[in-house]
Design a protein. Structure first.
Length: 245
């Protein structure tokens, strides 16, 4: 029996400082690419969640199809996409509440703004409305998701819209998450402390700057199990994220 030939390279590599520096640069470039890819996936996933929430809102699904609507939709979507856990009843309800939160508050706020454009505070309310809906002639049920929302992990959004009393408050916390790279735990703590009330109701422009590569936010975007599921992959899940209410 003949032996299989083995090809061996001699260890002639000279790992000088230039190689170490190049290797470090490659690591940074790869990590940056990972974050960019994760943000693209996150954006696509959130755009789908937003559109599904918009459909449920505009169709008045519960009134049209009855109290069992969410259970049936959840079962049907899970059957079509068995690897996805994002179609739980709880998460479907979150999708509708997410869209409805911004849609209903903008609809309610635009009326007084249009009727009396010189009231004190109109500028703040108008800015919030413009950031979320630059085309003010657009029908309320066709509100599009702001592009910058894609930079924020899904459960950060859930934490924000379920605890905010206004669009101004929600935008405040979205700004803090994007600019400071808050982890979900940090966000929960700051909301409980009432940071928005402590700093006042002034709204700043929603930052389009991506989070720093090594920030907690970037790490949470990378490890979010819903991203992998959206691509039909199978990671280990954070049970706290996936539990039913």
């Amino acid at each position: 029996m003949k032996n299989t030939p083995v090809f061996v390279y001699r260890n002639s590599m000279i790992a000088d400082m230039s190689f170490v520096e190049w290797l470090s640069e490659l690591k940074q470039r790869f990590q940056k690419s990972q974050v960019k890819a994760a943000i693209r996936v996150n954006t696509a996933m959130l755009e789908f969640y937003w559109s599904l929430g918009r459909d449920m809102n505009s169709l008045r699904a519960e009134s049209k199809w009855g109290s069992g609507f969410y259970n049936q939709l959840s079962l049907d979507l899970k059957e079509m996409f068995p690897e996805q856990t994002g179609f739980s009843v709880t998460n479907l309800k979150y999708m509708k509440r997410w869209y409805s939160f911004y849609n209903e508050m903008l609809t309610n706020r635009q009326r007084p703004i249009d009727e009396n454009r010189h009231q004190v505070g109109d500028e703040i309310r108008q800015q919030a409305a413009d950031e979320l809906n630059p085309n003010r002639q657009q029908a309320a049920d066709e509100l599009e998701m702001p592009e910058q929302f894609g930079e924020i992990p899904w459960f950060h959004h859930v934490e924000i819209f379920t605890h905010s009393q206004s669009i101004e408050e929600a935008l405040f916390y979205l700004n803090q998450v994007a600019n400071e790279g808050w982890s979900r735990g940090r966000l929960e703590d700051e909301i409980k402390r009432g940071l928005y009330e402590a700093k006042g109701a002034a709204v700043s422009n929603f930052s389009t700057t991506l989070p720093a590569l090594q920030s907690s936010l970037a790490q949470e975007i990378l490890k979010d199990p819903y991203h992998f599921e959206f691509l039909a992959l199978k990671p280990k899940y954070d049970e706290r994220d996936l539990e039913e209410a």
